[in-house]
Design a protein around this ligand. Sequence first.
Ligand code: TXA
Ligand code: MG
Length: 319
Amino acid sequence: MNTKRLESVEEAAEILRRGGLVAFPTETVFGLGVDATNERAVRRLFEAKGRPSDNPLIVHLAQKNDWPLAAREVTPAAGPLLARFAPGPLTVVLPKRDEISQLVTAGLDTVGVRAPDHPTAHAILLGAGLPIAAPSANRSGRPSCTTWRSVLQDLDGRIDAVFCEDAVGCGIESTVVDCTGSAPTVLRPGGVTVEQIAAVLPHVDDPTRTAPQPDARVRSPGLAHPHYQPRARVVLVDSPEKAAGEAVAYCGIGAAPPIGANVVHNATFADVQQYAAAFYEFLREADRRGADTIFVQRAPHRGIGHALGDRQRRAAGEV
Ligand code: TXA
Ligand code: MG
């Protein structure tokens, strides 16, 4: 298959309407979009990504008020979250509508919905006029993509089109909050911080704070699979001095990279937001430059650092 390079929103929307697979930028990472009501197309998407079929997809909407395209109701916990954080890097899990394919939700009777806060994503979704299922646009298990060139590295020849514009925003996936149970529960930390969510829903349950919870894996089955892993070995460190070896990459906040090791790629950031936004592309660039080991400075445990730390532990295979 020849993967089209797109610069036209109309063309992207048209390919989606015809059941094609289109990668497009959002404020988190690239999504690989497909018509969520078209089973044949959804099957092709799982194949293109090499995604296990027990990992449900998030349904993307042009605006938050489009939720009836995918969900039966907005539950009491979801209302205030959507009012405050949508459009934005938030996914609320709601009771599913029958029209959404069971393949999309991996057989669950719930559906995750999100309205991206990104002009191109918004325009494509509006043009398509459909609920669009979109996992991150990467081969399953690999780091997510924030540039269209990285998308092509994983998916060229496997998808119908990629929109040639880089993702700009928080750079870490949406926060997933299950709003179907008696207590709203964070299933995946992300771009909206848990502190922000707790300010709106003081009783939110956050099992991700105390890291891997067997229960969270059951409620969000995708969490059980490997994620975000580059080819190079990832080692988490607290300070740059720990980095040593033959072909080393290093990323962190503030302090300079190590001296003495053979550094093939390094980046230090002024703050945790910039660190989070650049993290996935850093891992991919380290691979491209032939790093054997990527030393990753642990993110601070608050704000967006909570979500970044989660991705770092998964990249290192600790979770
Ligand atoms: O920021 C994002 O959310 C990006 C962009 C493209 O929007 N998308 C994304 O999709 O990260 P993906 O497929 O890589 O991750 C979806 C996550 C998985 O952890 C999955 O288990 C969870 O959302 N999820 C989706 N539907 C769910 C449901 N009905 N119940 C529980 N978890 C669900
Ligand atoms: Mg993903």
